[in-house]
Design a protein. Structure first.
Length: 677
């Protein structure tokens, strides 16, 4: 549970941010203090938990009250507000409830919340409600499935907190046989000027057959009180919620809150210049790899051609997106040594300025323990005394330095501090290798590498590897050892179908991590594999998640299997999001820096070491010295100018999604930001 953000005396190491702003309205229009902290009351349902998760993900401090907890605090006036130095204080800038009147709250608590919100102008979100008059809606005229429909934000929503979106919000339909989204379509009640009530629809929808349409979300205004109510259920991983989540937070907090949000997508292409082994559909293994036992002849490797280079250059330009090329120079040297020249190398170097380049080691050697491949699965070889036999440090240094030197000699724009080991080796690989190769750790320090790639399917979190940081990368669901649709579908069927259906049974043996499917037909790649990856990739993009995604050079050769997957992600994003919220495309070290800041900030919030509040038209925040503080404020916010503000200072931070947001390193000093009038 996150602790409330409390006022405390600013220590010598504190960082103080002061933002001039229009005073927050209160019933008596008297000075009030509002803490930068969101109250989340949850019944454990998926919708309320989704909002709580979104707040944590973006870095917004929140206090959680669990209705199932017998020891939970009672929501009284004293719990919600008090007085500090004779000034009324609202302890929470916003409130999230499971619905407008959850069963776990007494009527006195609901009354206390209503009075609190009206007094301080604090907004409330009802996560999932059956439409009724208490939230300004009629009873529903449709109740049921919404899967596969497209909802639409209204002009009112798009002109306010949801201005980062274009309007259409598609509802997932991953499995037509399963209900994934349930909701109610209704109409709002008429406005009542005499009573001071009005309703603004924010989101409308249609039934799957198109016969019914109505409101799915909207805001009821009752004097100074505002409630945003959602009439459909969702969870934290569904695309429709992820599209809406940042706008929801902006509406809740009136656009001023701790936190930083971006939509990230980076795609790494591994093994460039090299060739990748090919899947054998007859023996259901990859010749040359240790999964192939017995006399299985190798098949022709999959390797890019000059035509593939032309295609990738054109594709990047057409899609306004740049790929990261992780290269192994040995692949080039080997071909040139055997043939005298290499058309692929020539084509890539002629277009070297079109790509971002990164070191993937010279020959893709395994940099962990010395592998004993006489057994399946392989194991670490041991010394006579029984200790693990590690690849020597000198060999690892050679792999890193030789590739880097080759790239710089060819004019590739490399960063010395970034490196990816073949197979993400060198770091621990369970169950065979339970620790990082100590020689690998030493080699990173010797070669100046401070950022390395990790496999997110094995290690999802950023972690320290000696003097370097390991950045997890998501594998895209297109295998390194396939070049055609037929090969990809065959291997996919082998992994994901039961033994009775001709598969390996891996899905049967690992039911908690893998789901068995019916065998895919000839069109399975386009009809199932591609849309499945697009949905998964979109969740990462929409999750404020900077982890890169990766594939292999084999996937932009032959049938070029990667392109429809990335195109689908880009199109899905750009169809939903406005131009003011473009995809951010960081390289490995930049992505790692984002994750590092996010992790550090969340830890500070969880420990109760940050605070913030609005008072007299200013926002004051404090955090320990050295902490990167994320804050989001309205567009037009400036630093202070000269002569008492007669001369405006420069705009502060970065503009994104119609707001100003950035990270500020706490140095123990104070600074002021001035919002537009």
């Amino acid at each position: 549970m996150l602790r409330p953000v409390l006022l405390r005396a600013a220590a010598a190491t504190a960082f103080v941010l002061t933002i001039s702003m229009t005073p927050v309205a209160s019933a008596a229009d008297t000075p009030t203090r509002i803490d930068l902290n969101v109250l989340v009351v949850t019944d454990g349902g998926s919708s309320a938990e989704a909002i709580r998760s979104a707040l944590v993900n973006e870095g917004v401090p929140n206090t959680v009250v669990r209705l199932a907890d017998a020891q939970r605090p009672v929501l009284t006036s004293a719990f919600l507000s008090d007085t500090v130095n004779s000034t009324p204080r609202a302890k929470f800038q916003a409130v999230v409830l499971p619905n407008e009147a959850p069963a776990g709250l007494a009527q006195a608590e609901l009354d206390a919340l209503a009075a609190y919100e009206a007094k301080f102008g604090v907004r409330q979100v009802n996560a999932f409600t059956y439409p009724n008059t208490r939230v300004g809606m009629n009873t529903p005229h449709y109740a049921g499935q919404l899967d596969g429909t497209t909802t639409q934000l209204t002009a009112t929503a798009l002109g306010g907190a949801f201005r980062n979106l274009r309007g259409p919000v598609p509802v997932e339909n991953g499995d037509p046989a399963v209900w994934e989204a349930y909701g109610y379509l209704t109409n709002p009640l008429p406005d009542d000027p005499a009573a001071g009530t009005s309703f603004q629809p924010f989101l409308t929808g249609v039934s799957p057959d198109g016969a019914q349409q109505g409101v799915l979300a909207g805001v009821l205004k009752q004097g100074t009180r505002e409630q945003l109510t959602f009439n459909f259920a969702y969870n934290a991983e569904q695309t429709q919620f992820k599209i809406l989540q940042h706008g929801l937070i902006s509406w809740l907090t009136k656009g001023i809150h701790f936190g930083h949000h971006r939509s990230y997508l980076s795609v790494h292409i591994d093994d460039v210049f090299d060739g990748d082994a090919r899947w054998d559909a007859v023996h259901n293994c990859t010749p040359g790899d240790i999964d192939c036992q017995g006399e299985v002849p190798e098949l022709p490797a999959i390797r890019m051609t000059p035509a593939d280079v032309t295609k990738v250059v054109q594709w990047q330009q057409q899609n306004n997106f740049k790929l990261d090329m992780y290269f192994n120079a040995f692949g080039s040297d080997e071909v040139i040594a055997a043939q005298g020249s290499d058309p692929l190398t020539t084509a890539l170097l002629q277009n070297k300025g079109q790509f971002r380049w990164a070191n993937h080691t010279y020959s893709h050697k395994f940099l962990g323990c010395v592998q004993d491949t006489t057994v399946v699965p392989w194991k670490c070889a041991t010394n006579p005394d029984g200790t693990v036999k590690w690849l020597p440090q000198a060999d690892i240094v050679t792999e890193i330095n030789k590739n880097y030197q080759w790239g710089t000699q060819k004019g590739l724009a490399l960063q010395r501090n970034e490196m990816l080991a073949g197979e993400h080796s060198g770091t621990k690989i369970l169950p065979q290798q339970g620790q990082d190769n100590p020689n690998f750790v030493a080699a990173l320090r010797q070669t100046g590498v401070t950022w390395i790639g990790l496999d997110a399917s094995r290690e999802p979190g950023l972690r320290q590897v000696g003097t370097a940081q390991g950045v997890p990368r998501y594998p895209i669901s297109v295998y390194y050892n396939v070049g055609t649709r037929a090969e990809m579908t065959d291997e996919y069927n082998w992994i994901y179908t039961s033994r009775a259906n001709g598969g390996s049974g891996i899905c049967e043996d690992n039911p908690h991590t893998t789901t068995c499917i019916q065998p895919l037909g000839a069109n399975g790649f386009d009809s199932y594999i591609v849309p499945t990856q697009i949905r998964l990739g979109m969740r990462f993009i929409l999750g404020n998640d900077a982890r890169p995604q990766y594939a292999h050079q084999s996937n932009i050769a032959e049938d070029r299997l990667l392109y429809p997957m990335v195109e689908g992600m880009l199109a899905g994003y750009r169809n939903a999001f406005a131009a003011n919220a473009p995809i951010v495309n960081p390289r490995l070290s930049e992505a790692g820096t984002v994750m590092q800041r996010q992790n550090n900030w969340r830890a500070q919030v969880a420990a109760g070491k940050v605070s913030g509040y609005i008072l007299n038209g200013r926002v004051h925040t404090s955090a320990p010295s050295g902490v990167d503080v994320p804050i989001t404020v309205p567009e037009g916010t400036r630093t202070p100018g000269l002569l008492g503000g007669l001369i405006q200072g420069p705009l502060w931070g970065q503009v994104y999604a119609g707001e100003r947001s950035d990270w500020r390193r706490s140095t123990g000093g104070a600074f002021t930001l001035v919002l537009p009038a």
